[in-house]
Design a binder for this molecule. Structure first.
Ligand code: FES
Length: 96
C-alpha cells in the first residue's frame, strides 16, 4: 500500500492508502489527508489542490493536460494537482 507523507503548515501527517487512491477523493469522504488537504473542484480546474512533490515524483504518471493548463511552469518545479493523481507508490507532498 502506498505510504503518503503530507506536509502542511509545518506539520507532517502520514498514513497508508489503498493503491489507486486519489487524495482529494479521500479528503472528500473525510479520510486522510482530511482535514488538512485544501481542494475545491476535484476536476483539475482550480489548482487549489496543488502540491509540491518532495519524493516519489519519478513514479507518477506524466502530468495530464489539466495539470499543464493549471500549473504551467510550476510543473517544472515539481508541483502537481492532487486531484489528478491516483497513487500507486509512496509519495511525499507539501501543500502551502
Ligand atoms: S481541486 Fe481543483 S484542481 Fe484539484
Amino acid at each position: 500500500m502506498p505510504r503518503v507523507v503530507f506536509h502542511k503548515n509545518g506539520q507532517t501527517f502520514e498514513d497508508e492508502v489503498k493503491e489507486g487512491s486519489n487524495l482529494v477523493v479521500r479528503a472528500g469522504i473525510k479520510q486522510f489527508p482530511f482535514p488538512h488537504l485544501k481542494y475545491q473542484c476535484g476536476m483539475g480546474k482550480c489548482a487549489t489542490c496543488a502540491c509540491l512533490v518532495l519524493a516519489g515524483a519519478e513514479r507518477l504518471p506524466p502530468p495530464n493536460w489539466k495539470e499543464k493548463k493549471q500549473l504551467g511552469e510550476r510543473l517544472d518545479s515539481g508541483w502537481r494537482l492532487a486531484c489528478q493523481l491516483w497513487l500507486e507508490h509512496d509519495i511525499e507532498l507539501r501543500q502551502d
